[in-house]
Design a protein around this ligand. Structure first.
Ligand code: 5GP
Ligand code: MG
Length: 179
């Protein structure tokens, strides 16, 4: 299936039903590994809002949710490697088991920055749960990545919360750029 977002063409790469199944698998792992720990799930806005919603619906353990807003793409299709904080975390993370929920890890600079910042506030543990990971684009060392939905090649994707110029977040599935 093909679609156009602003001035770029995309084709379906990961269907919604495949995503749904993978989200259930990840939730099952979290249900087991965080039983009795009441984790604080922190979604990174804007991109993670759909993934976060689908994930928490599959969690059966006690958990809390919060959001932070970070940006590193600033409207283009490549990472700028500078991270801007638009909305800071208000929850107290001291002694908490924090799970950062991200849409996609590309260069990894956004997550490296956020993890380092969180560590200053003494959480009990930090894990990262990302729907997508581009292993070939990773420039930072991020041992905190514990849950990955899908590893994808180094190509630009939209849909399921991810945007191009703020468009395409509503697409049901992950779409990759085509020429
Ligand atoms: P990083 O700091 O890892 O390079 O960038 C992470 C952020 O860049 C992600 O949270 C996401 O907002 C954005 N990003 C990275 N790759 C893509 C992509 O292929 N498509 C979209 N729409 N955003 C991306
Ligand atoms: Mg993001």
């Amino acid at each position: 299936m093909k679609t156009r977002v602003a001035d770029l063409d995309f084709e379906l790469s990961i269907t919604y039903s495949v995503i749904e199944r993978r989200v259930q698998e990840i939730a099952t792992e979290i249900n087991v590994q965080y039983a009795g720990k009441t984790p604080l799930l922190v979604g990174i806005l804007n991109g993670s809002f759909i993934f976060m919603a689908d994930l928490v619906k599959e969690l059966t353990i006690a958990c809390e949710t919060a959001f932070v807003k970070l940006a590193s793409y600033h409207g283009g299709t490549t990472s700028t490697r500078t991270v801007r904080t638009d909305l800071d975390l208000k929850s107290d993370v001291r002694g908490r088991h924090v799970i950062l929920v991200e849409d996609i890890i590309d260069t990894g600079h956004t997550m490296r920055y956020l993890v380092n910042k969180l560590k200053d506030n003494s959480p009990a543990s930090i894990a990262i749960c990302t729907l997508l990971l581009k292993p070939d684009a990773l420039e930072a060392n991020i041992p905190e990545i514990k849950y990955t939905g899908f590893e994808i090649p180094n190509e630009f994707v939209v849909g399921y919360g991810l945007d191009y110029q703020e468009l395409g977040r509503n697409l049901k599935g992950i779409f990759k750029r085509v020429d």
